[in-house]
Design a protein around this ligand. Structure first.
Ligand SMILES: NC(=O)C1=CN([C@@H]2O[C@H](COP(=O)(O)OP(=O)(O)OC[C@H]3O[C@@H](n4cnc5c(N)ncnc54)[C@H](OP(=O)(O)O)[C@@H]3O)[C@@H](O)[C@H]2O)C=CC1
Ligand SMILES: CC(C)=CCC[C@@H](C)[C@H]1CC=C2C3=C(CC[C@@]21C)[C@@]1(C)CC[C@H](O)C(C)(C)[C@@H]1CC3
Length: 474
């Protein structure tokens, strides 16, 4: 799974930007630090930097190479539908359903029908257009992202949080005007919404792949193997943009994450319509998920230092992750509770509430410690070590307990989101299992990247902080 299991892609040179006629010879010209709203004013970039800077050849595969890429490309849509067709009010939510053949059949015909649910498609693309319009129309400040390999910094419009507020305002307006049943349309058109989001993910993945062959594009180091399937999946271009509109950060924070919160609210409305009240378990799940979404959007600029933005390209993996997997799979607990309501009682609800917010506190403060430190602040006077690269590494506080305390915190929250669903079926807990795999894999990738960045200093840091995620456990 880790990049250690690499295979060397074909070494033939690419007829892409790597051999762009405008590219200068091998030695990169040291670029003056510039800030740009545009995707790197491509032809200027091509003139200023050589192919080795803009389009280095990928030397090893991650995510299992083309086979892994094909596997994820097929399984992500499959599981997104399966969670719906194998876990719904008609068939229940069993791990081993009594008539799996029938369920597969109903899944097949459901997917075909979803293609003709015009209302569902209109809701999905209406929502996407609303998110784009909010980005364009809500006034906001612009902030610089991290420094690129070219020495440049891109600028980003910071209005994700106000987009969320606008979405909540419209939602509240609809519920006040039309009652809870007026907001069940997301729940009622679930399969068509999944299909429309998949169509959107595919279209965007093909579009950015094609765009990446334009002259002077800055490619992701891991997305230029020359294998079309792999590069399309992992993302060839680092920061695909349409003018000043940054496709990757937009998708990562807005249409998928906010839709997740809206789907949750729609599930709560459905429960209200069916049951005449909203259970404490539903309140907790919606509250926990919404806290997480609000946190991500409120701290929008923190994303600029994350590996998805700094290192990974934007391809099908991220487009389908952002637009389909996050909203439709992360909301599984709320959808389950809509048709299988649970009453927890004060004691259990209070215990789960405390557990979640302990996780949230650890998540926010560990991410905060690192963000402060990387922005030149150290308000808690934490200990750190110097490295030969000139960058420092925290060795006390959260980052002295494990090398990824924020992953531990995220996993605590993941478990707290499943607990309100009770123990009738393990299906709502598949989120915790998936997330553990995702974060362990991510930790391996990040450790490898840090070993490359910091060399022997990273080994020194690993001796000081031996635990990878869970102190004393892993
Ligand atoms: N809900 C979801 O689906 C997902 C959530 N997440 C969450 O996103 C958050 C961010 O995760 P992610 O971007 O993966 O990685 P991190 O925020 O953990 O960042 C890793 C980077 O931090 C820097 N770093 C590592 N150790 C130290 C140290 N001791 N002192 C200072 N800097 C250090 C290194 O970069 P450098 O030294 O170059 O600064 C390293 O590459 C996490 O909370 C994670 O759980 C992530 C993926 C999916
Ligand atoms: C199954 C599949 C295709 C997986 C692709 C992985 C993506 C789902 C995740 C990769 C990194 C992510 C992040 C978030 C959501 C999930 C994906 C896209 C994130 C936006 C969630 C909110 C957090 O606060 C965050 C901003 C830290 C986080 C960033 C990484």
């Amino acid at each position: 799974m880790s990049s250690g299991q690499s295979r060397t892609p074909a070494a033939k040179s690419s007829a892409s930007a790597a051999s762009s006629p405008a590219a200068t010879p091998d030695t990169p010209t040291p670029a003056p630090r510039r800030s740009s709203r545009k995707s790197g004013a491509s032809s200027t970039l091509a003139k200023r930097h050589g192919a080795d800077v803009l389009a280095p050849r990928t030397t090893h595969y991650e995510f299992g190479g083309p086979v892994g890429a094909l596997g994820v490309t097929l399984t992500v849509p499959f599981f997104t539908y399966a969670f719906y067709y194998f876990c719904n009010p008609l068939v229940g939510c069993a791990v081993l359903p009594t008539h799996p053949g029938l369920l597969f059949k109903s899944m097949g015909s459901g997917i075909v029908q979803s293609l003709t649910d015009g209302t569902g498609w209109a809701i999905y693309f209406g929502w996407y257009a609303f998110a784009v319009a909010c980005w364009a129309l809500i006034p906001a400040r612009w902030e610089q992202g991290g420094e690129l390999r070219t020495g440049e910094k891109l600028e980003y419009k910071i209005n994700a949080f106000t987009t969320l507020l606008a979405s909540f305002a419209v939602t509240a307006g609809i519920i006040v005007a039309r009652g809870a049943e007026g907001f069940t349309f997301f729940y009622d058109h679930w399969p068509a919404l999944i299909t429309a989001s998949l169509a959107n993910s595919l279209a965007q993945a093909f579009y950015v792949y094609a765009l990446s062959f334009k002259e002077g594009r800055l490619l992701a180091k891991g997305g230029n193997s020359g294998n079309a399937l792999f590069d399309w999946f992992i993302g060839r271009e680092l920061n695909p943009r349409i003018g000043i509109f940054d496709i990757k950060t937009f998708n990562e924070l807005r249409p998928g994450l906010i839709l997740w919160a809206l789907l949750d609210i729609s599930c709560a409305c459905k429960q209200y319509v069916e049951l005449g009240r909203i259970t404490d378990s539903m309140v907790l799940v919606v509250l926990f998920h919404t806290t997480y979404v609000v946190d991500a959007l409120y701290n929008e600029s923190a994303i600029f230092t994350q590996m998805d933005i700094t290192t990974d390209g934007f391809g099908f993996m991220l487009s389908v992750g952002d637009l389909t997997w996050v909203p439709f799979v992360y909301s599984l607990q709320a959808r389950y509770l809509a048709f299988a309501p649970k009453d927890l009682g004060y004691a259990a609800a209070a215990a789960i509430l405390a557990f979640n917010y302990f996780g949230y506190w650890a998540f926010r403060s560990s991410n905060g410690e690192k963000n402060d430190f990387r922005n030149g602040r150290n308000p808690k006077n934490l200990k750190f070590m110097e490295t030969a690269s000139g960058r420092k590494l925290l060795t006390s506080g959260w980052w002295g307990m494990s090398r990824h305390p924020n992953y531990m915190a995220d996993l605590i929250m993941a478990l707290a989101w499943s607990l309100p669903c009770g123990f009738d079926t393990p299906i709502p807990y598949t989120y915790v299992c998936y997330f553990t795999v995702l974060l362990v894999h991510r930790q391996m990738r990040d450790d490898e990247a840090c070993r490359e960045k910091y060399g022997k200093d990273w080994d020194k840091y690993c001796k000081i902080v031996p635990s990878r995620i869970f102190p004393y456990i892993y």
